[in-house]
Design a protein around this ligand. Structure first.
Ligand code: HPA
Length: 241
């Protein structure tokens, strides 16, 4: 303490951390939710904030920190937060590409499990294809709060965490869709693995920003910035449950 990638004091993080990929989004979320939000770390520009959020008249300590993009980056921050800073739950708030036919841009996905083409969980348990699953408690809390989402439909189910953003094995997306996969992003499987490793809780709540089959309604960069209110409401509900 501090760790190689986090320069915060021992008590600077709340037990619950919201984790968007983009550190600037972490700053906006912190300012939006917490009047007393203050910066606790900025190593490599990966901003982390702590403050208190009020939910139904009760104050809850909360931190918000970026993960960067991809499973290796998210794993570094999740490991240090769980192992060194006593964090109990991390809720990723991000975007994903829609895969399933019924999923529309603007919908919110609660990722109950995450398939992956990454090696990050491959060697955790010898001889085992590790199942990267979210915390049931956090997923149930997010699901219970779904009435708070005014735009889009809230769905809960499997997602996939890919290593490549721009490249996919031919047939992979079709196969994932045929197996009920709702969306694609790049961090959840590793995050769930780290939470399992440390006996803590993790969840990903994702706004669908584009669709891999029907690209006609993809969000602009600006919309990706602003249209995450629904996912954020569910993430806060899970964080403070
Ligand atoms: N692929 C991976 N990550 C994503 C995507 C995607 O299409 N959309 C938003 N995050």
């Amino acid at each position: 303490m501090p760790t190689p990638h986090i320069a915060a004091g021992p008590d600077d993080f709340a037990p619950a951390v919201l984790m968007p990929g983009d550190p600037k989004r972490a700053e906006r979320i912190a300012q939006m939710l917490m009047p007393d939000a203050h910066l606790v770390t900025d190593v490599r520009g990966m901003l982390g904030f702590t403050g208190t959020v009020e939910v139904d008249g009760t104050s809850h300590p909360l931190s918000v920190m970026g993960s960067g993009m991809g499973q290796p980056s998210a794993t570094i921050y999740a490991t240090e937060l769980f192992r060194e800073y006593g964090v109990q739950r991390i809720i990723r708030v991000g975007t994903c590409g829609g895969i399933a036919e019924g999923v529309q841009v603007g919908d919110v996905i609660i990722g109950t499990g995450a398939h992956t083409d990454s090696m990050m969980n491959q060697h955790r348990v010898p001889g085992i294809n590790f199942s990267a699953t979210a915390s049931f408690e956090l997923a149930a809390a997010a699901w219970a709060a779904r009435d708070q989402v005014s735009e889009g439909t809230v769905l809960a189910g499997p997602i996939v965490s890919k290593d490549h953003f721009y490249w996919t094995v031919p047939g992979m997306i079709d196969g994932l869709r045929a197996h009920g996969t709702l969306g694609v992003e790049m961090e959840a499987a590793a995050l769930y693995g780290v939470a399992n490793e440390f006996g803590r809780q993790a969840l990903a709540v994702l706004t669908v920003s584009d669709h891999l089959i029907d690209g006609s309604k993809d969000m602009s960069a600006q919309e990706r910035e602003t249209r995450f209110q629904g996912a954020l409401a569910l993430a806060v509900a899970a964080a403070t449950s």
